[in-house]
Design a binder for this molecule. Structure first.
Ligand SMILES: Nc1ncnc2c1ncn2[C@@H]1O[C@H](COP(=O)(O)OP(=O)(O)O)[C@@H](O)[C@H]1O
Ligand SMILES: [Mg+2]
Length: 210
């Protein structure tokens, strides 16, 4: 699970969001919605300990993650976090296998993950030759292989056709059902419908998904 307590983020004079209290227990999936520029990515980055909030706490169990040292933040990310970045953050010059090895060197698990995302048999291909949608699916396979307890996804269906979009949504939902806490920034209605709760980052309104 992950929980925020009075989390606030400002850049200079501008406050993106203030006093955000969110709890995402294991097994639950939260959608972050809001217009472009409202601060969805920044909130995900704070949850993933890639950016510091201006004030407030982020708790994993009883532990306040905002108090961790740089090394502690790195360890938390390595141990607990799967992050599906909007720009995929893959190693472009490396093969699919080399990219998955970063998460876990387990060939059986990697093969299962590649089957799940529809990229079986393409292990030795280099990432830079692949389309945006394929790279998104490699990034998803990397998150599957890592088996994290917290999964953050930034507009994960943006580059995908409908069928692959459904596959990504189904996979994230399955991760939640298997016990992950999942947070996904999205503009997509189908993604939102697959979630348990929806938080509008702009209005700071929290609601049940359906
Ligand atoms: N490091 C930064 N310094 C100043 N402003 C930033 C920084 N990072 C993001 N912003 C601003 O914060 C706002 C929210 O950005 P972002 O979190 O990417 O929104 P969203 O993902 O909802 O589109 C944007 O206006 C962006 O320009
Ligand atoms: Mg964004």
């Amino acid at each position: 699970m992950i929980r925020t307590e009075q989390l606030t983020k400002s850049f200079g004079e501008r406050t993106l969001w203030r006093d955000v209290d969110l709890t995402v227990p294991s097994g639950r999936m939260l959608a972050l919605v809001g217009s472009s520029g409202s601060g969805k990515t920044t909130l995900l980055n704070c949850l993933g300990l890639l950016e510091q909030p201006s004030s407030g706490g982020i708790f994993h169990g009883e532990k306040n993650l905002t108090r961790l040292s740089a090394g502690g933040r790195r360890r938390f990310r390595r141990t607990h976090l799967g992050y599906l970045f909007q720009n995929y953050a893959l190693m472009d010059n490396a093969t699919i296998t080399e990219n998955l090895d970063v998460a876990r060197r387990d060939r059986r698990l990697q093969a299962q993950a590649l089957e799940r995302v529809g990229l079986s048999g393409r292990e030795r291909e280099r990432v830079h030759r692949m389309s945006g949608g394929e790279q998104q699916r490699i990034a998803l396979a990397r998150v599957i292989v890592k088996r994290s307890s917290l999964v953050l996804a930034d507009e994960p269906t943006g580059a995908l056709d409908e069928e692959n979009g459904r596959m990504v949504i189904g996979t994230l939902r399955q991760m939640a059902d298997e016990g992950c806490a999942v947070v996904v920034a999205t503009h997509n209605e189908d993604v939102r419908d697959a979630c348990d709760e929806v938080f509008d980052v702009h209005t700071q309104h929290l609601a049940a998904a359906v």
